[in-house]
Ligand binder design. Structure first.
Ligand SMILES: *Cc1c(COP(=O)(O)O)cnc(C)c1O
Length: 469
């Protein structure tokens, strides 16, 4: 398989070439030259497969420059009962008649990002070992991404993680999750400032090309292709678990921020999986909902981003969205480049009166948004009716999913985090503490390992210098 850029200006590359990189040379995102097609006969054969075997069947079509035996061993090491608390890895359970929850958050950090990030850690280690290279991952986090990256990279040979977070501004649970890691290759740097300061420092360090090259600085952000493609697997897995015949269609409701998760659903659908609707659910930060309703993609300035009770969806722009637009407008890289230049210049593009926008429904997409009150009401109603606690992000997905529900079409809602991570809102909704999964009871009492630095680029560079000798 060859990978192109969504902006049409980079030379084609293999999976291993794009694995460690961020943006392509022309500023676009990596995308396969064509999506592999899965026949109905293959779908039938896949009904018997467990998660690992299914993941191998899907991933080998995309990672075809990794030896099959190596890929299969990497998958076997990644998707274990030990790491994901279930041999099904992403089990499906029924919530009410025809409505299902796809549990994606039983990995080490209790959010869906583990499903992809755990694979990425093992893929990185494999590729680095083959080439004898090292990698220093530099990132900024306000919660889920940073901890998922640290749990995926801890103890991996040839990899160090330098993760910046705003000092004393994450929830106690999230802070404890990250800072309790004692692995010598994980460096938690608490910055005296806010999340934007952390992100600005990462940008400044990445823009210093000499420093970046000297220290082999890389990232693991949500545009990483391997992360997206790892998520394709559970759409197949969920579809296989709620259907018994290949003629049945299923709709998916996806709590969305950077569009990585639902982009994987789009790819599964393009591969031939009978998905009826892809329901994009946002919170008050409704950039994506606005686009799917009106055809206008309008990014928000930082100060207009709402701080909500589903914080992992608080985004100003959706970084993976470019991949979908590439497909929507007929894989025209020149046009994608023009649209994103327009976003950079004016903060907006408008497809409303184009033939492209009229094809949105051919791609199965619909959308909706929700508010804090919707989340609280949904968490309460689900608990009263089913005894099950859900988190705030999952509540966004379920609320919007039910609005688009159709008679006779199973609806699968993606559970993207466990309620214990967002305890305040769960308490507000239910008047009681969320369930703490076994093994996490003492998390906030464990010793913590972190360094506090000023919001100063040179202080961070000095720190990296000191540990990268
Ligand atoms: C990251 C995240 C999301 C949003 O996923 P995207 O792939 O960015 O759309 C939703 N819920 C939770 C809990 C997350 O951590």
């Amino acid at each position: 398989m060859r990978y192109l850029s969504t902006r049409g200006g980079a030379s084609a590359a293999g999976f291993s070439d794009i694995l460690l990189g961020g943006l392509m040379d022309d500023g676009g995102l990596a995308i396969p030259d064509a999506y592999p097609q899965i026949s109905r006969a293959e779908l039938t054969a896949w009904r018997k497969l467990n998660y690992r075997a299914l993941a191998f069947e899907i991933l080998r079509r995309y990672a075809d420059d990794i030896a099959a035996t190596d890929l299969s061993a990497i998958i076997a090491r990644t998707y274990t009962q030990d790491v994901f608390n279930s041999d099904d890895i992403t089990p499906v359970s029924q919530l009410q008649d025809g409505v299902y929850l796809l549990a994606l958050s039983n990995g080490p950090t209790l959010a869906f990002k583990d499903v992809a990030m755990q694979l990425l850690g093992n893929l990185f280690e494999h590729v680095l070992r083959e080439s004898g290279a090292e990698l220093n991952i530099l990132g900024a986090t306000s919660g889920d991404t940073g901890s998922a990256a640290e749990y995926a990279m801890r103890g991996k040979r040839g990899i160090r993680v330098f993760m910046l977070s705003p000092h004393q501004k994450m929830s106690p649970f999230q802070t404890a999750q990250m800072f309790s890691l004692q692995d010598p290759n994980i460096f938690n740097i608490a910055i005296r400032g806010v999340f934007d300061d952390c992100q600005d420092i990462v940008k400044a360090v990445s823009n210093d090309l000499a420093f970046k090259q000297r220290h082999k600085i890389g990232t693991v952000n949500s545009i990483n292709w391997a992360r997206v493609v790892a998520q394709v697997v559970y759409y197949f897995k969920a579809w296989l678990s709620v259907t018994s015949s290949n003629d049945q269609e299923v709709s998916f409701a996806v709590p969305s921020g950077n569009f990585g998760n639902v982009c994987a659903g789009h790819i599964a659908r393009c591969m031939g999986l009978p998905i009826r609707k892809l329901i994009v659910a946002t919170n008050e930060n409704d950039v994506l909902d606005e686009f799917f309703r009106t055809g206008v993609y309008r990014v928000r300035p930082g100060e207009h981003v709402h701080q909500t009770s589903s914080p992992s969806m608080d985004i100003s722009k959706a970084s993976n969205f470019e991949r979908f637009i590439y497909d929507l407008i007929g894989r025209d890289g020149v046009e994608v480049r023009r649209l994103w230049q327009q976003v950079e210049r004016d903060g907006v593009f408008d497809l409303a009166r184009t033939r492209h926008f009229s094809r949105i429904s051919d791609f199965g997409f619909v959308s909706g948004s929700s508010t804090h009150k919707d989340r609280v009401d949904t968490i309460r109603r689900v608990y009263e009716q089913t005894g099950r606690m859900i988190d705030t992000h999952t509540a966004d997905g379920l609320k919007v999913g039910l609005q688009h529900r159709e008679e006779g079409v199973p609806l699968v809602c993606l559970e993207t985090a466990l309620p214990v991570k967002f305890a305040d809102t769960v308490r507000e909704a239910l008047g009681r503490d969320p369930v703490v999964p076994p093994g996490y009871e003492n998390l906030e009492r464990l010793p913590q390992r972190f360094t506090v630095l000023d919001a100063d680029v040179d202080a961070v560079k000095d720190f990296i210098d000191r540990y990268c000798r």
